[in-house]
Design a protein around this ligand. Structure first.
Ligand code: DAH
Length: 341
């Protein structure tokens, strides 16, 4: 019996030494420490032994059992240590490698310039008024004093929809009517920024969509000198305190008189260069005194109220500023372009 015990224990230990995976270890445990292990079986046969041999055999069996348990614990710990070491090696982090930079988002160049324009007008007391992109022929043209079939409409090739008279706005000016009808008889100082749409051939100089920033001031006693002073102040805040401006006669159906404002070229200071095409001046916006018919269409009595309006193209200003040669770049989604701002 004692020999059998020794042999069973020695076999078990030899087997354990060869175990090197967790699954094998579990199988070994149920084989040698479970209810049907060789040692348990021998213990079960104790009763058949002589009473004098029984105590010693029992002690030896328990001893062998404990030794196997201890060997098992040790082997398990060794395997766990080895697995841990292996994972440390395999999953090692090299903290000296350069990091991977996340791609940072940024604002579109048009958004940047729109915000700059809005900030300057805000300093001067003008609120932002958001007007709709989808308009009717009535608001986009008729109420702004463009009668049906008037040749001034030819400047603004229009996107029509399948709904009769529903169009995409060709300029931000229809917002003038919306804001006047909403605010009348209050005085008004607002800018109206937003996207405009024209059915144009897309070239380096013309796009089917672009932003405009419209402006409108209405109140009692507003004069042409207010228009000139306010727009010149804007130009100085926007382009620098020494910026000179000049106003040239023009025509828009919704203003009378109408003008175009130029600023002295900020690249050459008026000497003449590539950007200003040797003129020394850059055309920045259209403007004028609000036409009496338009004031009336907005609900204001032109006998008591007057106002001025203006409209500028932020993409055009950005093109001059950054010497961008092709307007298609704005909506072309080329990261090499967009990442420069
Ligand atoms: N709506 C004009 C256009 O798209 C721009 C403009 C000119 C707006 C003069 C105005 C203005 O308010 O007074 O060509």
């Amino acid at each position: 019996m004692l020999d059998q015990l020794k042999r069973a224990a020695a076999d078990a230990l030899a087997e354990l030494a060869a175990v090197d995976a967790e699954a094998e270890l579990a199988a070994w445990r149920s084989r040698h420490l479970g209810k049907k292990s060789p040692i348990k079986t021998l213990l079960g046969g104790l009763g058949a032994l002589d009473a004098t041999e029984r105590p010693q055999a029992g002690r030896e069996a328990n001893l062998a059992q404990r030794r196997l348990q201890a060997a098992f614990d040790e082997r398990r710990a060794a395997l766990e240590r080895a697995a841990h070491e292996a994972s440390l090696g395999a999953e090692a982090l090299d903290v000296t490698l350069p990091g991977r930079l996340p791609r940072r988002g940024r604002l579109h160049v048009s958004t940047l310039i729109l915000r700059r324009i809005a900030a300057v007008w805000a300093e001067m007391g003008f609120q932002v008024y958001r007007s709709r992109d989808v308009e009717t022929d009535e608001y986009n043209f008729q109420l702004l004093n463009f009668p049906p079939f008037h040749p001034a409409r030819e400047m603004q090739d229009t996107f029509f929809t399948t709904e009769p008279d529903v169009i995409l706005r060709t300029h931000t000016s229809p917002g003038q009517i919306h804001v006047m009808r909403e605010r009348c008889p209050e005085p008004i100082r607002v800018i109206l920024p937003g996207m405009c749409y024209r059915y144009e051939q897309i070239t380096a100089r013309s796009e089917i969509q672009f932003n405009q920033v419209e402006g409108l001031a209405v109140g009692p006693g507003i004069r042409m000198s207010d228009l000139k002073g306010t727009l010149t102040d804007f130009a100085r805040r926007m382009f620098g305190p020494d910026t000179r401006t000049r106003f040239r006669c023009s025509h828009f159906p919704f203003t009378e008189p109408s003008a175009e404002m130029d600023i002295e070229c900020f690249l050459c200071g008026g000497d003449g260069c590539r950007v200003c095409k040797r003129a020394g001046w850059l055309e920045i916006l259209g403007c004028g005194m609000v036409h009496p018919v338009v004031l009336e269409n907005g609900g204001y009595d032109p006998g008591r109220y007057s106002g001025f309006a203006f409209g500028m193209g932020p993409e055009r200003i950005a093109m001059l500023r950054h010497e961008i040669q092709d307007i298609r770049l704005f909506w072309g989604n080329d990261m090499r372009f967009l990442e420069q701002f």
